[in-house]
Design a protein around this ligand. Structure first.
Ligand SMILES: C=CC1=C(C)c2cc3[nH]c(cc4nc(cc5[nH]c(cc1n2)c(C)c5CCC(=O)O)C(CCC(=O)O)=C4C)c(C)c3C=C
Ligand code: FE2
Ligand code: FE2
Length: 339
């Protein structure tokens, strides 16, 4: 039997808020065929010819608003989380990022230097999406094949409905809501193009995005991001006994013109005050650590949008980050794999 080790993988961030670093990061990210899934030549023209001329400047401004003195919140939080896991587990634990200079390759190398041959790959995404979970797994397979042939790996499955994950989310939410007199909770998930859902449907016909397919038992749900997001909400709602009509789901962060999963978060934020919702809590369960999409898009932009449309109070619920109870849950899952 070989030596075991753990590789935690998150998305990654630019090295700094300088436009050139943001451009390099976006180039790698958006040229990924599982993120922008169009033929290579079209992607090349779209990304290199159009998006990389405008987006880096805009994104760099957004990153500047949330950047910490230690660096990108997503990276710093992932490092804190990793350190806590390391302190509780008697195995080599490395952290890598799918994009950016803290690469997965460096993380595999770190494990290799400690003679690890059996790797537990942990994509830090609760839900399966081609553009998040799948691209991490495929990149890992590619690296093993090319450079780490002595290693084999197991992959932690998406944990969107695992009872201990739901419980820790529910406990975290209710703690964060203490003292906040809310009348509605918005579960805002990172969006994906609708096309990704159809592409990922192994049955070829189950997913119709018609409001009911995600409720009908199907093989397709193993890779259906929409179903998995709804299940996370259902689990948390059940655990906390939230009443129908006091919460809803939405999808944020869309890019480009194709239809993405709906309802869109920004549309909901604008509509809610007119529906009588004045005090809103927003939870972002697609992210295990706070990042640009939660700290800027929701906690800053989302809040100001909601207030400008007549909302009175707004609270962004932080992600699980390096919460001790969440660390315990992850440690337990790793221990189960180890034994
Ligand atoms: C087609 C574009 C994108 C898809 C599909 C997509 C899916 C997706 N992303 C995350 C998690 C994160 N995304 C983050 C930032 C971000 N996402 C996109 C585009 C797509 N994401 C862009 C262009 C950016 C960069 C910032 C910007 O220019 O707006 C982040 C934050 C990174 C950080 O440094 O803080 C996360 C996390 C998931 C989980 C997902 C599919 C479900
Ligand atoms: Fe994203
Ligand atoms: Fe579905």
């Amino acid at each position: 039997m070989g030596k075991k080790g753990v590789l935690l993988v998150n998305l990654g961030s630019p090295d700094s808020t300088e436009v050139k670093d943001v451009r390099r990061y976006l180039d790698e990210f958006l040229m990924d065929e599982r993120v922008i899934d169009i033929p290579y030549w079209k992607r090349f023209l779209l990304i290199k010819g159009i998006i990389l001329n405008v987006r880096p400047k805009k994104s760099a401004e957004a990153y500047k608003k949330i950047w910490w003195k230690e660096g990108s919140p997503l990276v710093v939080i992932s490092e804190r989380f990793t350190k806590k896991i390391r302190d509780k587990i008697d195995l080599p634990v490395a952290l890598g990022m799918r994009y950016g200079s803290m690469s997965m390759e460096k993380a595999f190398r770190e494990l290799q230097e400690q003679n690890v041959t059996d790797v537990y790959l942990v994509p830090l995404y609760p839900h399966y999406a081609m553009s998040s979970f799948e691209t991490v797994v495929e990149k890992a397979k590619e690296l093993l094949e090319d450079s780490f042939k002595e290693m084999q790996m197991d992959v932690m499955a998406p944990f969107y409905d695992k009872p201990d994950y739901i419980k820790v989310m529910a406990q975290h939410l209710s703690k964060e809501l203490e003292g906040f007199d809310y009348d509605h909770i918005l579960f805002s998930y990172h969006g994906i193009p609708e096309r990704h859902i159809y592409k990922g449907d192994p049955t070829g016909s189950h997913c119709k995005l018609n409001g009911t397919c995600c409720e009908i038992k199907s093989e397709a749900h193993k890779t259906c991001y929409r179903h998995q997001c709804f299940e996370t909400t259902k689990g948390v709602v059940k655990e906390l006994g939230l009443k129908e009509g006091t919460y809803r789901n939405s999808f944020q962060s869309r890019l480009l013109k194709d239809p993405w999963l709906r309802p869109y978060t920004d549309h909901e934020l604008e509509a809610m005050p007119e529906q009588g919702i004045k005090k809103l809590a927003v939870i972002t369960p697609a992210f295990v650590s706070d990042c640009l999409e939660t700290l800027e898009e929701i906690a800053m932009e989302g809040k100001s949008e909601f207030l400008s449309f007549g909302g009175e109070d707004f609270k962004h619920i932080s992600c699980l980050n390096d919460d001790d109870a969440w660390v315990e849950v992850m440690v337990d899952w790793i221990e189960k794999w180890k034994s």
